[in-house]
Design a protein around this ligand. Sequence first.
Ligand code: ADP
Ligand code: NI
Length: 216
Amino acid sequence: MPNNKIIIQETIKFVSATLQNNSNGHDIFHIERVVKNALSISKKEGGDAFIIELSAWLHDIGDYKINDGVEKHTLLVPNFLRYINVDEDVIKEVLVVISSISFKGGFNSNEISLEGKIVQDADRLDAIGAIGIARAFAFGGSENRLMYDPEQKITEYANFEAYKNSNAPTLNHFYEKLLKLKDLMHTSSAKEIAEQRHAFMENYLTQFIEEWNGLE
Ligand code: ADP
Ligand code: NI
């Protein structure tokens, strides 16, 4: 197997090329923030830094949101890692992390490792706060969703398919997912940052509705 530094370098090239045209919030800068924050959390919380970094770089490559609704982690991630001669036990660990972290409307029941918890926390931090708001609207726009429609109430989805296929306005997504994330963080480092970002989103939503309702 090539050394860790080479593996990461090759992975960055692959991920940058794959995501270069993405404008729905899953661009290379999202991935870079997740890598940086996951490594920073891991300094305090432990875990295998190489598995964390490699998984963070690859965590969205096979995501259904960038693969026309079809989840492709188990295909794309091992294919790439085998191509650059990464050992099978490393590939297995990375796949465990990646398959466990996606929200999927709250229907992801895959077992999560310490490394998985750290990458998931970093990924979720990027879904809330100022950047989280921007990413939500970028994603909504890419799917032709309305920003808001007062007639469309917040829905409880029966399963992942229903969540995935919904075309609810982006503002609903705050209540379906983004405002829940603060209480779903695993590590104390992420919980602390999430509190502040959560408060920022609540203020944002209050002002959004005030502006929506117009002047008296
Ligand atoms: P996850 O796999 O947990 O969904 P991602 O890294 O793929 O995490 O990030 C998901 C991003 O896509 C978030 O920023 C989120 O706001 C956005 N997103 C997902 N579903 C919707 C939706 N229904 N409306 C608006 N944004 C969404
Ligand atoms: Ni992500």
